[in-house]
Design a protein around this ligand. Structure first.
Ligand code: MOS
Length: 728
């Protein structure tokens, strides 16, 4: 499928009601703040549930010699203890399943080794403490730097792990100005508000999971593969989700173990991971080691760019942190290479976290650009301007829309960039050394297959259904705006039903493709409904106008309610990536500007000001979009200054596995942030002409902080997070 909408007849362009872009309050906001939005753990379907508690491995590598479950089973109220010996046949991971309690092997600390199910959560937890596991431990490797030289080339995923163009080696060697440095970024954890939780209910052979998951259509398939049942036997419901950031892209142990236990016991089973368990049982972003080499001529024109990245993952996993990928599109240079290598670490599974790739790749590349600018005695913005490509430098296709220079110029003007002293450690404010830094933002843009239905009923209500999710980003709200604008009804006349695989299959929320994919499916469904309604009214669909709950041809008009009749009128729509994704290089762009203070005695770092300008296609809702940007920028501050999931080098446990010790920015760490969106429409992206914004805010944000720290105090720290001990 591709975009089917004829030019010049796009109600989103016309925006007659002015709903597109309007900072509409969240349509689900009232339900959330009044406690009426039901989250996974709060469902009370099918009667009184049993409660599960996961027992997790206390070694990082080795095998289970014996598990003694007898004491736990004798505890009053315990109904079941599941171990690998009791699990039903499960599909293999390679076939898209997410099997749990597979065998006696332990691949990482915190791997689930048993599930205790009881009449109450407290009894289940007490029972879990009574499960006695005898392990045979083996030595493990927990340190990426130690494993780096054993790293392999991962199998290609969405992108090839390596790329090369021209003769990098020769061009770099002969470049008069060079940067060649190594950066390292730590493991990071998503730290979303709502821990993973599931209520599993079987009705005969039909499984319903009320769970917290970002991509329901994919989850449904994963669960079917795991239990080797038909996709149609699985229903996944995630109506409200308390954040994901990638931690809920996959199906985790809570869902699989709850479903297995519920089937055995013929009772609903509810299972939540504790906050501490989330760190080991689910995924994290891998640490990286990155080498960036830049070779430029005396005018600052890049002749050679190389970006190599090493990351780690559990044995048998192929997922790697694609930290060098954005370097293929960001700056011009005739000679270039990128490479990704993956080392096996005996740590929990590493996977996507907000802006997989760019979030940590730009922490290296955008600081390397700052270092190059200093060597050239060029302003960092001018250096980037001189390396602005005219077409994608590796794919040799045009950009859809690229406003990086516009973002930098607008940001520089608003921030007062001309007041920056390029010589570090010159500006003081009392005990504070003050510095300014900037960095570019780039995030790839995707469209994923999605379907939706749109119907209108005799009460004039419009209902949209799709198996999309709202992970806190505002999907309910922006899709409501799209549907209302398409059909000429007020937002209050739209019922937006998401979060259920009973609805048409959709991409879900991930990779910043949610609004574009789900929104375009809604657009297509509404467009098809407009055609049907116009024809029912006897009007030409090409010119019929929808407004005030009516459709008109200029002379006559009919209400949607009357056309709907007793049966209602329904239409379906679908979207998917087409040719345009191949013919154009599509990214969202931005520029971050940061002012920091560094205490000249203690090295304490405070972000004092931050302003970011983004160009991300049409903005559907200025308020929800701004909130996404603020969240991403705050993540960037966290990545620069504090986030660090630290494996104990002796035993492979993430030693800071709770929110008391895994530090994310708190209010006192974040000044007032300013967000600006440049006007943009991207007609190569999707019928809505929008681009993803959920991840753009984090991309480059941390590098701007690090560059500001250097400008403040003259110390380059290439090992994130930049903590005060590294400045002294
Ligand atoms: Mo995102 S890391 O694809 O939720």
């Amino acid at each position: 499928m591709d975009m089917s909408v004829p030019a010049g007849n796009n109600p989103i362009d016309d925006n007659r009601q002015g709903l597109i872009g309007k900072p509409l309050d969240r349509v689900d906001g009232h339900l959330k703040v009044t406690g009426q939005a039901t989250y996974a753990y709060e469902y009370a379907e099918a009667g009184v549930p049993l409660y599960g508690f996961v027992v997790t491995a206390t070694i990082a590598k080795g095998r289970i010699r014996t598990i003694d479950t007898r004491t736990a089973e004798r505890l009053a109220g315990v109904r079941l203890v599941l171990t690998w010996r009791d699990m039903p046949p499960q599909g293999r991971k390679e076939s898209g399943a997410a099997p749990q309690l597979v065998d006696e092997q332990v691949l990482h600390f915190g791997q689930p080794v048993a599930l205790v199910v009881a009449e109450s959560f407290e009894v289940a937890r007490a029972g879990a403490a009574l499960v006695s596991v005898d392990y045979e431990a083996a030595p493990g490797v927990y340190d990426l730097a130690a494993a780096k030289d054993t790293a392999r080339t991962p199998k290609p995923g969405l992108q090839a792990p390596d790329s090369a163009l021209g003769d990098f080696g020769q061009a770099f060697a002969s470049a008069p100005v060079q940067v060649d440095e190594i950066w390292s970024t730590p493991h990071q954890s998503h730290a979303m508000m709502e821990p993973h939780a599931t209520l599993a209910v079987w009705h005969g052979d039909q499984l319903t999971l009320y769970t917290s998951n970002q991509m329901l259509t994919q989850a449904q398939a994963t669960i079917a593969h795991t239990f080797q049942i038909e996709v149609t036997q699985v229903r996944v419901v995630s109506r409200y989700i308390g954040g994901g950031f990638g931690a809920k892209l996959q199906v985790h142990a809570d869902a699989i173990l709850a479903a297995a236990a519920a089937r055995k016991l013929q009772r609903p089973v509810k299972l939540a991971l504790t906050r501490q368990q989330v760190f080991h049982v689910t995924t994290h972003r891998s640490a990286t080691i990155q080498r960036v080499r830049l070779g430029a001529d005396q005018q600052g024109r890049l002749q050679a760019i190389a970006h190599e990245s090493w990351s780690g993952n559990t044995e048998g996993e192929n997922g790697y942190e694609s930290a060098a990928t954005q370097t293929r599109s960001l700056y011009a240079a005739p000679n270039r290479q990128t490479a990704h290598r993956l080392a096996t670490l005996d740590l929990p599974v590493a996977s996507a976290m907000r802006a997989p790739g760019e979030a940590v790749g730009l922490l290296a590349l955008e600081c390397a650009m700052d270092e190059l600018a200093e060597k050239l005695k060029l302003d960092p913005i001018e250096l980037r301007r001189r390396n602005e490509p005219t077409v994608d430098p590796e794919r040799h296709v045009p950009y859809s829309v690229r406003q990086l220079v516009g973002c930098m110029d607008e940001g520089a003007r608003r921030f007062g960039w001309d007041r920056r002293n390029p010589v570090p450690a010159q500006v003081r404010d009392g005990r504070w050394l003050v510095g300014l830094g900037m960095a570019a933002a780039i995030r790839s843009n995707f469209l994923r297959p999605s379907q939706a239905t749109a119907r209108v009923d005799s009460d004039g209500m419009v209902t949209i259904k799709m198996a999309m999710t709202d992970i806190g980003t505002g999907s309910y709200t922006v899709f409501t705006q799209v549907a209302a604008e398409m059909l000429g009804v007020p937002p209050a006349r739209v019922k937006m039903l998401l979060g259920d695989t009973e609805f048409p299959a959709a991409a879900g929320s991930g990779g910043s493709f949610g609004a574009a994919s789900g929104g375009s499916a809604a657009f297509e469904a509404c467009d098809a409904l407009r055609q049907k309604l116009a024809l029912l009214a006897g009007f030409d669909p090409a010119t019929a106008l929808f407004a005030n709950g009516m459709v008109s041809n200029g002379q006559q008009s009919r209400s949607l309610a009357s056309l709907a009749g007793a049966q209602g009128v329904e239409a379906a729509g679908a979207i998917g990536p087409g040719d345009l994704a191949r013919k154009f290089s599509q990214q969202a762009y931005g520029a971050h500007f940061v002012e920091v203070g560094v205490d000249r005695d203690t090295g304490e770092i405070r972000v004092r000001r931050m302003l970011s300008v983004f160009a991300a296609g049409r903005i559907l809702n200025q308020k929800t979009a701004r909130s996404q940007a603020l969240g991403g920028m705050t993540f960037g501050i966290g990545a620069a200054l504090m986030e660090d999931t630290a494996p104990d080098p002796h035993c492979g446990v993430f030693s800071n596995h709770d929110l008391a010790q895994y530090h994310v920015p708190a209010h006192a760490d974040v000044p007032e942030l300013e967000v600006v969106f440049l006007p943009e429409t991207d007609d190569k992206a999707n019928p809505l002409k929008i681009k993803g914004i959920g991840e753009l805010g984090i991309c480059g944000a941390g590098a701007a902080v690090a560059n500001a720290i250097y400008n403040a105090c003259g110390v380059r720290v290439r090992d994130y997070p930049v903590t005060l001990d590294k400045l002294l």
